[in-house]
Design a protein around this ligand. Sequence first.
Ligand SMILES: NC(=O)CC[C@H](N)C(=O)O
Length: 299
Amino acid sequence: MAKPRAAQNPHVACIYQCFLFSDAKLDTPAATLHFASIRRPRAAPLSTNQLMAVGVLALQGSFNEHIAALRRLGVKGVEIRKPEQLQSVTSLIIPGGESTTMAKLAEYHNLFPALREFVTTGKPVWGTCAGLIFLADKATGQKTGGQELIGGLDCTVHRNFFGSQIQSFEAEISVPEIAATEGGLPTFRAVFIRAPAILEVGPEVEVLADIPLASDQNVNSDFTSESQEDNSGSLKKVIVAVKQGNMLATAFHPELTADTRWHSYFVKMASEVGIGTSNSASTSGEHLEQQKKDLPVFQ
Ligand SMILES: NC(=O)CC[C@H](N)C(=O)O
């Protein structure tokens, strides 16, 4: 597997920076340059009965990009900011961003009880990056005083495992489960932005992807030499994507690439639990109209 490449290119670093601290600054020349380098196959279009509205927590971070990725599949994304809005959706994406800020906003809007209920009632939830941190039962590397988590995902996450903003990187990761169900290449180009990693998982958790660590990679000291070793006792790797029942979590950002396979995988999870919603997705006419307004993710 390719060694993770740090985002040293100033244009790419700029995008990562913009991404974390604002909602949608992706229509810039720098974004164009960045996304042009990520040309991946799209997942096959979803059939009509897989179309449904998916909630996207829209407090902070990359919610616009998730909604745009869903739109490319013909699926409607609904912005969720208040507890009562969760009643109108049957699945939810918690985007990446900055988990401490997101937690403060969620607390301010009294969202935590409704979010926990959403998870515990078995509705599909996908956390990306900060969203993964939200779903974890335990997080390390938090700011002083910690932060509230939704929990439910039996794992321990290190919040900034791969280091600071400038250690953001992209890497080709092996995604056997995604390739088996969604087709396409056996690898996925994953964008890690001040990314967390999963240090430990419980028995119910299925590991969907991990990433080898370069020998010179500067990772957090909480990661013990014992947890770095695989069965052969030599290769250092860390978990970056998992599934546990109704919960999917990725340490990286599929919504920032043109490869929609993680989104189609999640939409299928949502449709498989048999709780399709009356909030049906757009008609094909609407879909075409929406595509014109899409964010500049290159095909
Ligand atoms: N890209 C991201 O979502 C980064 C998450 C960040 N490490 C945090 O603590 O919130």
